[in-house]
Design a binder for this molecule. Structure first.
Ligand code: DGL
Length: 251
């Protein structure tokens, strides 16, 4: 049986990479909804439809577990999906908790897509953890488009980030939380524009740890390395190279 990994596009590859690192002996099905990316700037009900289609695909494949490697999809659909399907479903959670715990009187900036920033799920999380009101939320849609187009040029990306951050006094911040899996590709670009000492935190490790806990102590699927099969909006994509070049990126 395989482990399903789902995202609107290529952002979930940052989660897949961590999963392969920690659980190399498993088979994965990676589903990029390339036909409908980006999700974060579209109407919520439209995006829900795309997510339900993808979930049906995974149910048809008989996956052992499904990782929703997309904060946007997690924030609007994970509860419905868990009600509908019998297999375990693991989602993304912006790493607000570790960020607040080590903030030490400084502020925390959470970056995500417009849908995630608007959604109740993130507001409830922040409310629960942020009694001092030190957390700011900021929607950052541009990086999803850049990542999908494989644009990693330092000038373009740092200029974009500096514009987005122009209204913040970043020296008052302890960390920036990446609440979108596409943003993880840009960790080093974030570090270039943030003052020294501002941490960049993502939730990928937490998600993979939950997957590991869920698999428990069962034997790995293979003695050797497992494989990844890529699907583009439900159709098998034999052009692996397109995904592999993202998996090879350093960030
Ligand atoms: N990778 C996504 C996330 O984690 C979604 C990006 C998008 O499609 O807008 O939120």
């Amino acid at each position: 049986m395989s482990i399903g990994v789902f995202d609107s596009g290529i952002g979930g590859l940052t989660v897949l990479k961590e999963a392969i690192r920690q659980l190399p002996h498993e088979n994965y099905l990676y589903y990029a909804d390339t036909r409908h990316v980006p999700y974060g700037t579209k109407p919520k009900d439209e995006v829900k439809g795309y997510i339900y289609n993808a979930a049906e695909f995974f149910a048809g494949q008989g996956v052992e577990a499904l990782v929703i490697a997309c904060n946007t999809a997690t924030s609007i659909a994970i509860n419905d999906l868990r009600e509908r399907y019998g297999f375990p479903i693991i989602g993304m959670e912006p790493a607000v908790k570790p960020a607040v715990e080590k903030a030490d009187d400084r502020r925390v900036l959470v970056l995500a897509t417009p849908i995630t920033v608007k959604e109740k799920k993130l507001h409830d999380l922040v409310e629960r953890l942020d009694s001092e009101q030190t957390v700011d939320l900021h929607a950052l849609p541009g990086l999803v488009e850049y990542a999908e187009k494989f644009i990693f040029d330092e000038n373009i990306i740092t200029q974009y980030l500096m514009n987005e951050f122009s209204r913040y006094d970043l020296s008052r911040y302890s960390s920036v939380v990446l609440g979108c899996t596409h943003f993880v590709f840009y960790k080093r670009h974030f570090k270039m524009v943030l003052p020294q000492g501002v941490d960049v935190i993502d939730g990928n490790l937490g998600t993979v740890n939950r997957l590991k806990t869920m698999l428990g102590n069962r034997e790995p699927a293979y003695d050797g390395n497992g494989c990844v099969t890529f699907y583009c909006s439900g159709e098998k994509d034999t052009d692996d190279g397109k995904y592999r070049r993202y998996l090879e990126l350093e960030y």
